[in-house]
Design a protein around this ligand. Structure first.
Ligand code: BG6
Length: 477
């Protein structure tokens, strides 16, 4: 572009978190046990067996955290509600103490003109529902998830106007039901698609109810989108990338936006006999629960090449975004497999650093769905060093965010309707499987895998940098 469009006047410069990763207080004030509370206790599941029992103790320190947000000038804060704080067993009697916590948090944010963005589900399912009927494996989840969500709409809908329904359905289902790395730790491809169908129905049902309770609010899912690139201009690689895009991304986003599954993916699933069972009225419900926006969690792009049928690498294992560990080949024999992209740098966790990929992601979503977009996550997980005087020179994070914000501005200039950008994360937090060593925050938290630490907050260099970005509405990068 010769000239860039400015960021919209009321652009939501934000940051994001999730209950399990920040709150701690895992068994306090009536909270029930979640699938994650249970899963992290299985030996070998997380880095050094780290749990979110304390996390960064946001539950007790939210006042300090919100004060820091206010000091930074944050315009929006995306957080999730722990279902088990509201309904300790997934349904039944409301735990008023849980409601109180989020009430206070929301009021505190509003006091400082920080727009609350509430995520209904960021992976922590009441364990009792998992035990009772397999959680997402049963259609019964639709009613329970809707009931829980409606309770939140009634309690907070007067003050919260932006809502995220499901966070990264593609990730929690693939890691839970294909790779066995998240609860419930299974590897069952057919069940994976069935679970997703239930989650789609639950998502639509919640959106449908939302219209009644919060008619002036906006709601959408957050999808972990990793746009697919072809490894070469060889038509077979181009086709591999298109296959990946269809099965790894459109399979979810088409349902969200249009209430229908993409045709190529569907015929592939039918041929393999792993297509989900569709109930009567399912497609009507999916049609009725369309979002106001597409939430996008962007960390990286993924490159694909042909995956020949005989002895294809990673047979039977599908990496739904290629997000976690791109260097390992994974894919579906006959359709695609991931391969390294020599054109981009990588983080210490081997994630591609690709700001142009964000522009491409935003443009693809815009041309296919023509929906407003919220970037509900984007950020860099790295080791941070605290130097003398509690200073943290995280220039690499500033560089990562700067390049991605430039890509966003380019996308806006291209015509993308983007209304917010939530950096992952505000304070450091627990990385589900990587403990506290992989840090994302603008605020360092003195918390580690082992030992007792004072959990004190320290502003990183990126804190001051993002403050200026917000102050100047994206002019000073
Ligand atoms: C997203 C999730 O997958 O990416 C977050 O919504 C998560 O909850 C983030 O923490 C970063 O992933 P990781 O594995 O580096 O913690």
């Amino acid at each position: 572009h010769q000239t860039f469009k400015c960021f919209p006047k009321d652009f939501l410069w934000g940051a994001a978190s999730a209950a399990y990763q920040v709150e701690g207080a895992w068994d306090k004030e009536g909270k029930g046990i979640s699938n994650w509370d249970q899963f992290v206790r299985i030996p070998g599941k997380t880095y050094k067996g780290t749990t979110g029992d304390v996390a960064v103790d946001h539950y007790h320190r939210y006042l300090e955290d919100v004060r820091l947000m206010a000091e930074m000038g944050l315009k929006a804060y995306r957080f999730s509600v722990a279902w088990t704080r509201i309904f300790p067993n997934g349904r039944g009697k409301v735990n008023e103490k849980g409601i109180e916590f989020y009430d206070h948090l929301i009021n505190e944010l509003i006091k400082y003109n920080i727009e609350p963005i509430l995520t209904l589900y960021h992976w922590d399912l009441p364990q009792s529902l998992q035990e009772e009927y397999g959680g997402w494996e049963s259609r019964r989840i639709i009613e329970d998830f809707t009931n829980y969500s409606v309770e939140l709409f009634k309690r907070f809908g007067d003050r919260v106007k932006y809502w995220v329904s499901l966070n990264e359905q593609n990730i929690f289902t693939s890691h839970g039901y294909l790779h066995a790395t998240h609860p419930p730790g299974m590897n069952d491809e057919k069940l994976f698609y069935q679970v997703n169908h239930h989650a789609n129905l639950a998502n639509a049902s919640v959106i449908k109810e939302f219209r009644k309770y919060v008619p002036d609010g906006k709601i959408g899912p957050s999808f972990a989108y990793s746009p697919a690139y072809a490894a070469s201009s060889n038509p077979i690689d181009i086709l591999a990338a298109e296959n990946a895009e269809e099965l790894n991304s459109y399979w979810w986003m088409d349902i969200y936006a249009w209430g229908k599954y993409p045709k190529m993916a569907w015929s592939y699933l039918e041929e393999k006999r792993i297509a989900p069972i569709i109930g009567e009225g399912d497609f009507e419900l999916l049609q009725e629960g369309k979002p106001d926006f597409m939430g996008v969690n962007y960390y990286q792009s993924t490159t694909f090449e042909i995956n020949p049928l005989e002895g294809g690498v990673g047979a039977g294992k599908m990496n739904t975004t290629g997000k976690k560990g791109t260097s390992k080949d994974s894919g579906i024999p006959g359709l695609f497999k991931t391969t390294a992209n020599p054109n981009v740098e990588r983080t210490n966790w081997d994630w591609n650093i690709d700001p142009q990929g964000l522009r491409i992601a935003l443009r693809r979503i815009t041309s296919r769905y023509d929906l407003p977009i919220l970037i509900s996550e984007n950020g860099l997980g790295e080791y941070d060093q605290v130097e003398q005087g509690d200073v943290i020179h995280d220039d690499y994070r500033i560089e990562y965010l700067r390049s991605h914000i430039i890509a966003i501005q380019e996308a806006i200039s291209d015509g993308v309707d983007l209304f917010g950008y939530c950096v992952w994360s505000f304070t450091d937090l627990l990385s589900w499987l990587n403990g506290f060593q992989k840090r994302y925050g603008f605020v360092y938290v003195n918390q580690h895998e082992e030992g007792n630490h004072d959990l004190r907050r320290m502003k990183k260099k990126s804190f001051f940098w993002y403050k200026e970005v917000i102050d100047s509405n994206g002019e000073k990068l």
